[in-house]
Design a protein around this ligand. Sequence first.
Ligand SMILES: [Ca+2]
Ligand SMILES: [Ca+2]
Length: 355
Amino acid sequence: MGKLVTLAVVGIVAAFTVERLVTLWNRSYASREIDPLPLPNCQLIKGIESGSEDIDILPNGLAFISSGLKYPGLKKSFLPDKPGEIFLMDLNEDNPKAVELRFSRGFDVTSFNPHGISTYVDKDDTVYLFVVNHPHQQNTVELFKFVEDDRSLVHLKTVRHDLLTSANDVIAVGPDSFYVTNDHYFFDFIFMFLEMFLGLTWSNVVYYSPKEVKEVAAGFYSANGINISPDRKYIYIADVGDHNIHVMEKHANWSLTHVKTLQLDTLADNLSVDPSTGDVWAGCHPNGFKLFHYDLENPPGSEVLRIRNILSEEPEVTRIYADDGSVLQGSTVASIYKGKLLIGTVIHRALYCEL
Ligand SMILES: [Ca+2]
Ligand SMILES: [Ca+2]
C-alpha cells in the first residue's frame, strides 16, 4: 500500500510538472518563428552595443535611451563589465548620433543598471528623467534633472520602497511622482522562474509620490511597459506574460480602474505613445523562450506593432517591423518622432529608421 501511495504521488507530481512546463512553453510562444518584415530606411545606431531597453522622446525630438541592462536569468550584456548608460539623440538632425550623457558627481555610475525610463516636462520647462535602476540586485527609481547645454543628468534622488519588488518600467505623472510596474513579485531568478512556472499572477503596478505609495493594479502575469494617453486620462500597461495591453482609467486620487484589454499574438514589452496621433507603439518579443535561451546561432527576433484607436471598439493593430534576429535581437521598445522610428533591444543594438 505504501508503495502504491508513493507511486501515485510521484505520478501526480510528474503530471503536474509536465503540464506546467507545456503551459509555460506555449505561453512563451517557444515554437514560434517570425517572418521578417523589414523597413527600407534603417540603420543600426553607432555606439550602442549593449542594449537600449527603453527609449523616451521629448516633444522637441530629443530621445533618451537606456543601455546596459543586466536582468536576472537573461544573457549578460555583450559588454558585461561596462556600467549602464543613458544616451541622447537629437532626432531633428539629418544623421542623428547617440551621445552618452554625463552624470553629476556623487551618483554611483559603477553600479548603474538602467531599465525602463520616462521623461517629465514641468510647467517651467525643466526636464526630469525617471529611471528604473537595479544597482547591486536592488530595485530603485532614480530621478534626474536633464541639463541640455551640458549634456548631463543631475541626480536628484533615489526612490526605494518595499513595494518596488521587481521594477520594470515607469511613467512619470509629476515632477516627483510616477507609476511603476513590477514584472514579478520576486527579483531573484529562481523565484521569478517559479512564479512563471506556477502561473502566478503576483505582478502589479504601484503609484509613488513623496506623500503616498500604494498598489493601484494587480493580478498580472508580468506587467512590463507602462505609458499614458496624450490627454493623460488613461494608462496603458503591457502584460508581457499574458500577450495583451490593458487600458486603465486614471482617477483624481491616482487609483486606476480597468477599461478594456487588447489581446495580441506576441509578447509586448515597452509601450510608446505618439503624442500627435495617440497611436500606441509596442516593442515585442515574438518568442520569449529564445530571449531567455539566447542562442547566438538562433537568436531572439524583433517585432514592432502599431495600435491605432486603442480606445475604440475596433483598434487597428499593424505589424510595422519584424526581424528574425539577424539584424536586431530582442526588441523591447519602438518610439516615434515625426516619421522617425527608434527600436531598442534588451542587450543588443538599436535601430534608427526613417518611415
Ligand atoms: Ca518607459
Ligand atoms: Ca520593459
